[in-house]
Design a protein around this ligand. Structure first.
Ligand SMILES: [Zn+2]
Length: 468
């Protein structure tokens, strides 16, 4: 028996063995590791394993020795002291807000928004801001092992161009909001521009899925929300939206619609299509079955929920009910980074302390939320999220030779409870190496840092002038 647990397309090994001498199959890349954490349904971990990539697809996963006798590749990544796993899925970001990282902290939500975030956005957010901020975010995400993100911000064409160039995978929303925003006048204008953007990007690049991002049910009314779903339907385009995030939203919903947020969405047919719901901190017991039935993907953002004091989402309860749950960072203005390892750790700790039960959310479950579970929640479960033959080659090598990984009894425990962004060594998306042993290959780090600092200096000067 071969130690290769999966091959794609299915090749007859017996036939190969019968021809003498056996010829190795050609492939693009072989990546080895001491531990290959596949995140498949059985959570299989292969010791001294390897993954074979061809044309951007994983074609075999198995024992390194068997892989090496069966395949020859043009490129390879060594695996000493390395863990290989699927790239992380960040299900909710406002990437360009990296430029507003730390601009104002520790304030009440409305003070923070009205006196800092909105003025800075009105004055500074244009296509150039979005380009620089998104590049900075992509740099940080690649550095930290995120390979797919779901973004909601302005100038989606610019975001898509940055993602196209840097090699990441993303679902990129056209924001729909009923107020004057950096790129539209009101709901109707933002929806019209959103449709044109979807037409430009749908089918253009396999790594980029253009989607709609209606902001929330307190920045759009029921008719505008229903109109957004109607616009998405002909494209079969998913929708990403903030849902049941704060006590403010709960009260607003009751006062303006006479029902809770999820009941409102259900009543207007909004869930009649793929939906990614960010936050869902305050679902009622009656609303959770709606999320299950409508296959709504929920994205948990524990850092943002804690920092803005939104509340504690009932993640364990939703998972037990069968809701698809992934993880996200939210924007860097409310986090203040894009570190999915920290998000995993806080997701576990927050459930445990809130329920005074250390068994309520395990490291394995949280690692699933950041990989295969997150992929399912955003509707890409057939494409990414596990290391299995036939899946897209989105994977990361994590260095386990730093002193904080010594000793290693349980790889999954370390990935969730020890690992930091800086431990990620190499990142591959769609079969292309974006970072090799810490060296960024698709983004000019020095240029992006210099541009971000120059723009931040202008923002700081303007805010100081305004608040004097
Ligand atoms: Zn958000």
């Amino acid at each position: 028996m071969t130690g290769i647990i999966q091959r794609f397309p299915a090749l007859c090994l017996a036939a190969l063995a019968a021809t003498t001498p056996a010829e190795a199959d050609n492939a693009d890349m072989i990546i080895r590791a001491d531990h290959v954490v596949t995140m498949d349904a059985d959570l299989t971990i292969i010791e001294n394993g390897a993954v074979v990539i061809s044309d951007g697809i994983i074609i075999a996963v198995g024992d390194a020795a068997d892989i090496e006798s069966d395949y020859e590749a043009e490129q390879d990544l060594d695996g000493d002291g390395r863990v290989l796993m699927p790239g992380l899925v960040n299900g909710h970001t406002h990437a360009a807000m990296t430029l507003l990282r730390g601009v104002a902290d520790d304030l009440a939500l409305m003070d923070w928004l009205t006196n800092y975030i909105f003025p800075a956005e009105v004055q500074f957010v244009d296509s150039e801001f979005v380009r620089i901020g998104t590049e900075l975010a992509c740099w940080e995400m690649i550095r930290g092992g995120t390979t797919t993100f779901v973004d909601m911000y302005y100038y989606p064409d610019t975001i898509a161009e940055v993602v196209d160039a840097c090699g990441l995978r993303a679902m990129i929303s056209a924001t729909v909001i009923d107020q004057r925003s950096p790129d539209a006048e009101d709901a109707g204008d933002s929806l019209k521009k959103g449709i044109a953007y979807i037409e430009r990007w749908q089918g253009k690049n396999d790594r980029i899925t253009p989607i709609f991002g209606p902001h929330a049910n307190y920045t759009l009314n029921g008719e505008q929300l229903a109109a957004t779903r109607k616009a998405a339907r002909p494209f079969d385009a998913p929708i990403s939206i903030h849902v049941s995030e704060s006590p403010f939203e709960l009260q607003y919903s009751k006062d303006n619609y006479g029902m809770t947020s999820i009941e409102l969405f259900e009543s207007i047919g909004f869930f009649d299509g793929p939906t990614i719901a960010a936050h869902v901190v305050w679902p009622t017991d009656a609303e959770i079955p709606i999320l299950v039935e409508r296959k709504v993907g929920v994205i948990h953002n524990p850092t943002s929920n804690m920092k803005i004091a939104s509340g504690v989402a009932p993640i364990a309860k939703m998972l037990a009910a069968g809701v698809r749950v992934g993880l996200g960072t939210d924007g860097a203005a409310s986090n203040n980074d894009l570190d999915m390892w920290e998000e995993m750790r806080l997701a576990a700790f927050l459930q445990k302390v809130e329920q005074m039960n250390p068994e309520v959310l395990s490291a394995k479950t949280v690692l699933r939320m950041a990989t295969s579970g997150g992929a399912e929640a955003i509707g890409l479960g057939d494409t990414i999220g596990t290391l299995e033959a036939g899946k897209a080659a989105d994977l990361i090598q994590v260095a386990f030779d730093d002193v904080h990984h010594v000793p290693t009894y349980d790889v999954v425990s370390h990935l969730v409870y020890v690992n930091d962004e800086q431990d990620v060594a190499s990142v591959v998306v769609d079969g292309k190496v974006l970072m090799r042993e810490g060296e960024m290959l698709t983004i000019d780090t020095a240029r992006v840092a210099a541009e971000a600092k120059a723009l931040a200096a202008r923002i700081q000067a303007a805010l100081q002038e305004r608040n004097r």
